[in-house]
Design a protein around this ligand. Structure first.
Ligand code: GAP
Length: 435
């Protein structure tokens, strides 16, 4: 059986080799646990975000998008409870001075050098920054540790400008920052990452029903990105482990190659956030129900999704190896909607101008509708392997027959089957199969 570390190493290596993810600040020897998304990675990441936005915002009538500032007034973090309560328990090795999250170490010995560990103490994980020229308390604020607060502080603006009817939700995709004590496992736990979050505003009495409903919407999403049930666990989080604001939380764990760990979460935040912001800001953050003529502070169900963890789960799930005619084939069986390129076009031989010209015309034409890759280097077998490794669902090869009858071969990534097809039918065919 394949070793666990092997699979993770293979994914990290494929990511670097094929332009998905590079070590951050690479030419300077990197910056520990920071990663840059390359040309293929940015396509996959954008496809994840676009699909999420389409499913959770565009396809619904009750969701509104927000793109709030990353740096917010410090008072936001005081009111939300983050300044006081957004902390991890940390232990320090008395010998090598390294710090670890208390819940990430077993026993009282340092996992690195075996030295004795200190008693646990609180460590706030928000990343501090200073606005303006003087680095003192007056300019102190934080890079947001979650996108959620950007939605709560805009609740009144949205209510006043769009007058949505409850229940309704706000959605946001964006960066979040946490001064994690023990980042690691590639892009799984980093200090800078991206979230896709929903704050869904409801009447208090409906919270249990809405919680179940949003959990089932999250399940639909998990199916859309092709994560198999066998790799997913829905874990009820006990009260002592829940975030300071949550009355019920379910974590969705994914079986990552290194271990099973949190992919997403869904929390019932009650009226904690709006109530606190109302108190701290002095602004009325209640909702007026026109039909029932009643005023109340809405309660909130929050489904939250990490973009980078989605990226890693998608790669882990779809990374495949098999033996084909005595040779190893590596391919990403990505759902076509997520694949960086949908189609690749090749001339059978690079040194025959007629084939090249015809293939270029087909390539340019398909580019009007899809992300298309061009490759005329090496033999066809090698080109297929390269496209397999980056998850391109279809390869089109232009050969001498094409010049005679305007047909090409279309090769399927997963089955490797090849089919002869009319050039004029390609756009329709791909439209049907890649979106
Ligand atoms: N607004 C709620 C909230 O932020 P969270 O469970 O702390 O809840 C939500 O974070 C999601 O963000 C996680 O489920 C995970 O996917 C992602 N996430 C959290 N910390 C992360 C980190 N250090 N690196 C990468 N992703 C992270």
């Amino acid at each position: 059986m394949e070793k666990i570390a092997d699979k993770m190493d293979k994914i990290v290596s494929l990511c670097k080799r094929r332009g998905f993810v590079y070590p951050g600040s690479d030419i300077y020897g990197g910056l520990a646990n920071s990663w840059d998304y390359g040309p293929l990675g940015v396509e996959l990441k954008n496809n994840i975000k676009a699909l999420w936005w389409d499913f959770f915002v565009h396809k619904r009538d009750d969701m509104f998008g927000v793109d709030a500032a990353l740096i917010m007034n410090r008072k936001v973090w005081q009111a939300s409870g983050h300044e006081k309560g957004f902390s991890d328990m940390l232990v320090e090795c008395k010998k090598c001075k390294k710090r670890f999250r208390a819940d990430h170490v077993d026993g009282k010995k340092c996992p690195e050098c075996g030295g004795a560990l200190s008693e646990p103490r609180q460590f706030n994980t928000m990343l501090k920054t200073f606005l303006g020229p003087v680095e003192d308390e007056t300019g102190l604020t934080y890079l947001r540790p979650e996108t959620a607060q950007g939605m709560f502080v805009n609740f009144k603006n949205i209510n006043d400008s769009l007058h949505p009817k409850i229940p309704f939700g706000l959605a946001q995709i964006g960066k979040a920052f946490r001064n994690e004590i023990t980042p690691g496992n590639f892009i799984f736990r980093t200090r800078e990452f991206e979230q896709m979050e929903i704050e869904y505003f409801i009447k208090e009495g409906e919270w249990e029903k809405q919680f179940e409903y949003w959990l089932s919407e999250m399940k639909k999403w998990l199916r859309m990105i092709g994560l198999s049930d066998a790799n997913l666990t829905f874990r009820e989080v006990p009260a002592e482990d829940r975030a300071h604001y949550s009355k019920r939380t379910v974590d969705i764990d994914y079986n990552f190659p290194f271990k099973k760990d949190e992919l997403y979460g869904i929390a019932y935040r009650g009226d904690f956030d709006l109530k606190n912001h109302q108190e701290a800001s002095g602004q009325d953050l209640s909702y007026f129900d026109e039909e029932k003529k009643e005023r109340f502070i809405p309660h909130v169900i929050e489904p939250t999704f990490g973009v980078d963890r989605t990226f890693l789960a998608v790669l882990s799930e779809h990374y495949k190896e098999e033996e084909v005619k005595g040779e190893q084939r590596v391919y990403l069986s990505l759902p076509p909607v997520l694949a960086p390129y949908k189609v690749a076009v090749f001339p059978l031989l690079a040194n025959k101008p007629q084939l090249g010209e015809k293939a270029k015309t087909i390539y340019e034409n398909l580019k009007q509708s899809f992300m298309v890759s061009w490759d005329d280097i090496g033999n066809i077998g090698k080109r297929y392997r390269r496209q397999d490794e980056i998850g391109t669902p279809f390869c089109v090869t232009v050969d001498f027959e094409t010049l005679e009858d305007d047909t090409v071969t279309v090769r399927d990534r997963d089955t490797m089957k090849q089919e002869r097809m009319k050039v004029g039918d390609l756009t329709e065919y791909f439209k049907k199969h890649v979106s």
